[in-house]
Design a protein around this ligand. Structure first.
Ligand SMILES: NC(=O)c1ccc[n+]([C@@H]2O[C@H](COP(=O)([O-])OP(=O)(O)OC[C@H]3O[C@@H](n4cnc5c(N)ncnc54)[C@H](O)[C@@H]3O)[C@@H](O)[C@H]2O)c1
Length: 350
């Protein structure tokens, strides 16, 4: 049995981590810590089990806790993850991994040195159509991948957290805007699907529409567009947005020498394989639940918690460990640099 302490009592803890630990027969919730809000940690403990911890130090020092789920705001991820690993805890950390490249490196290094599991919550890898697409690519169904288009957009984090002006809109607390919030999911997905790291990026990003209550624009970007090249020479684009107001779009297309894979871009079929000769294979595997659906009670198990519990209890390597997440974060930092300099940036991927 894995005993887990959950750090942060926001939406991701409430809608994914806590209920998914409850659903896993091999996990048990030891308790919650909430930033500046002990009563909220108490209410989570009452609802999901365990107890409230007054400080992070208390939680990390609890010898009955085996693992930590890091669900607090972005700037909180790095130091607490490193401390937890050094204190012998396994860590499941939400994306984005950390807010500086040095911190991401430190997290990956500490996991390697301590031998503890560090897994990142890159849940796109568990979506059924993405898993099936990877198998099809490996089986050569689209031939050699040549290019891709991927996008992730929704009406913005305020629809998810229910707060008009949360830490997501603060450069001090979030550091990234939509690029780190949604872009990291798609970069990691491309790495997973192609098994071919992105090594150069050009990007533009801007704050097009989101404002603070006083009407001034938020100080992080709400839209970003990137052009990528992988080590193997695949070219692709990524568009991420907090201003897709009508409908969430979480789709990806991979174009190969023999055909095209269309993922989550059809309302009925989550995977469509179109081949050069005009044949179509349509699979209704699952549909990604939008933020709106998740916050109004339609919850599906992401598979992230089960994979983390499994990695710890079996000793099998986590599919999204510190080194893998570092590769994706390098692309995010390079995209920020490319956008600010207005030039292409090369990425050193080992
Ligand atoms: N995997 C995913 O798809 C996914 C989806 C949403 C959020 N997330 C990530 O989960 C984390 C939490 O996001 P959320 O949606 O639950 O947000 P939220 O606003 O609902 O909750 C944030 C939590 O962090 C705490 N917090 C706020 N500012 C803080 C600070 N400066 N230091 C420490 N804690 C602070 C809040 O008290 C709250 O407990 C973020 O890193 C976010 O990027 C991941």
């Amino acid at each position: 049995m894995l005993r887990v302490g959950i750090i942060g009592c926001g939406k991701i803890a409430e809608l994914r981590h806590a209920p998914e630990y409850l659903e896993n027969p091999n996990a048990e919730i030891a308790g919650f810590w909430c930033y500046q809000d002990v009563p909220r940690a108490e209410s989570f403990a009452k609802r999901f089990g365990g107890r409230a911890y007054e400080t992070v130090k208390d939680m990390l020092g609890d010898p009955t806790i085996d693992a930590i789920s890091m669900c607090a705001a972005n700037t909180f991820h790095a130091q607490t993850t490193v401390d937890a690993l050094k204190m012998g805890k396994h860590v499941l950390c939400e994306k984005p991994m950390a807010t500086t490249l040095e911190d991401c490196q430190r997290m990956a290094d500490t996991a390697r040195e301590t031998g503890k599991v560090l897994m990142l919550g890159h849940n796109q890898r568990f979506a059924k159509a993405h898993v099936a697409a990877k198998e099809m690519i490996l089986a050569g169904r689209i031939g050699r991948p040549l290019s891709f288009i991927t996008t992730f957009g929704h009406p913005g984090p305020e629809g998810w957290t229910g707060q008009k002006n949360s830490w997501f809109f603060s450069k001090d607390d979030a550091v990234f805007g939509v690029l780190g919030d949604l872009g990291i999911h798609k970069v990691d997905l491309i790495h997973y699907l192609l098994d071919d790291p992105i090594v150069s990026v050009s990007a533009v990003m801007d704050t097009l529409d989101k404002t603070y209550p006083d009407g001034t624009k938020i100080n992080v970007e709400d839209n970003a567009l990137c052009q990528f090249e992988t080590l193997g020479g695949v070219l692709g684009t990524m568009q991420v947005s907090w201003t897709y107001y009508a409908r969430e779009d979480n789709s990806t297309r991979i174009y190969g020498t023999l055909g095209t894979l269309r993922l989550y871009d059809d309302p009925e079929y989550s995977l469509i394989l179109e081949t050069k000769g005009g044949k179509q294979e349509k699979l209704a595997l699952d549909l990604l639940t939008s933020n709106k659906e998740q916050t109004t009670g339609k919850r599906t198990n992401t598979g992230v918690i089960d994979a983390f519990v499994d990695a710890v209890l079996t000793g099998r390597r986590s599919r999204i460990d510190g080194d893998e997440a570092l590769k994706a974060m390098k692309v995010i930092f390079a995209a920020q640099e490319a956008a600010s300099k207005g030039q292409k940036v090369q990425i050193h991927q080992v």
